[in-house]
Design a binder for this molecule. Structure first.
Ligand SMILES: NC(=O)c1ccc[n+]([C@@H]2O[C@H](COP(=O)([O-])OP(=O)(O)OC[C@H]3O[C@@H](n4cnc5c(N)ncnc54)[C@H](OP(=O)(O)O)[C@@H]3O)[C@@H](O)[C@H]2O)c1
Length: 270
């Protein structure tokens, strides 16, 4: 729960690289997902909208997130992009709107934050957040934004140390939304995760997701096109990792663990 009062479902469904994903999103909603993550940049917004309509799940039961890409951070471009996303999705509002990456064109942050707040005030989104901002940029965004931010979306999985960023989110009263929570599959051969998974009668994916959500103040958004995996990733609330298991997984962080690090676009990470 953020200081601004938003409760984000702890396990969401990621849709990057899923493209025309109507059937997959409908399946995810039927399996019980109530948090769907998309972005203008993913090209999955139309599929997400189709999936929502096909699922039969009422719109107001779904926490729907989209993002404005870094090309559109000037106020007029930002407003156009938000309208295009709503049109793609076929909805009147989203639940969370993010700035997808910080500017690479020296666009004043105050202008972008003003545009983000305006989308909220116009009812086009219920809540707002940033993604891929470092701690200093997040603090600056919160200072400049006329409306409260509710979350920072950033990469987080057992191979990436995000302790400083998580501590900052807690201090600032915003939720850490963890993307690439399964390190895009890189952790599926990990012997420590395999050992814990075997002892717990769970899968590696479930252990990794449990490690994230058990830390508190974290929502994780795994992506899958496999219904069995989709169902598994939701089953992380029926077991608890011990303190020593949590510590063993903490110990897996690697200096080269970061996956999403586009040259020329990523800010200096914490
Ligand atoms: N804000 C940003 O800049 C940003 C950047 C990256 C990602 N994201 C968001 O975060 C979401 C997740 O990140 P991601 O898509 O990069 O990677 P991810 O969720 O870490 O990993 C996806 C991979 O894990 C596999 N998988 C998923 N669940 C599984 C399970 N239960 N068991 C076994 N394998 C499983 C999937 O394969 P199968 O299809 O075979 O299951 C897929 O290959 C994205 O889709 C997107 O919505 C945001």
């Amino acid at each position: 729960m953020s200081k601004s009062g938003v409760a984000i479902p702890a396990i969401g469904f990621g849709t990057s690289q899923l493209g025309d994903c109507g059937e997959i999103v409908a399946k995810a909603l039927q399996l019980g997902y109530r948090h769907i993550d998309t972005a203008w940049k993913y090209g999955s917004e139309k599929g997400v909208g189709e999936g929502i309509r096909a699922s039969g799940v009422p719109r107001d039961e779904i926490f729907l997130t989209t993002k404005v890409s870094h090309e559109y951070l000037r106020a007029p471009d930002f407003a156009r992009s938000v309208d295009e996303s709503l049109g793609n999705l076929g909805v009147d509002y989203v639940d969370m709107l993010h700035v997808h990456w910080p500017t690479i064109d020296n666009i004043p942050l105050a202008e972008t934050m003003g545009a983000l707040a305006k989308a909220k005030r116009e009812g086009k989104t219920r809540h707002i957040g940033v993604a891929n901002f470092n701690i200093a940029l997040t603090e600056e965004a919160m200072r400049l934004c006329p409306e409260p931010l509710s979350t920072l979306q950033a990469e987080y999985h057992p191979y990436l140390d995000q302790a400083k960023v998580l501590a900052a989110c807690r201090r600032l009263g915003i939720v850490f939304t963890a993307y690439c929570p399964l390190a895009r599959g890189r952790l599926f051969n990990d012997p420590v995760l395999a050992d814990i998974a075997r002892k717990r009668g769970k899968t590696i994916a479930q252990v990794a997701l449990r490690w994230l959500v058990q830390q508190g103040n974290i929502a994780a958004i795994p992506r899958s096109a496999n219904p069995q995996h989709m169902a598994e990733s939701l089953q992380v609330f029926d077991f608890e990792l011990s303190a020593s298991e949590m510590q063993r997984i903490d110990g897996l962080k690697r200096p080269d663990g970061r996956i999403a690090n586009p040259k020329g676009r990523a800010p200096p990470w914490d």
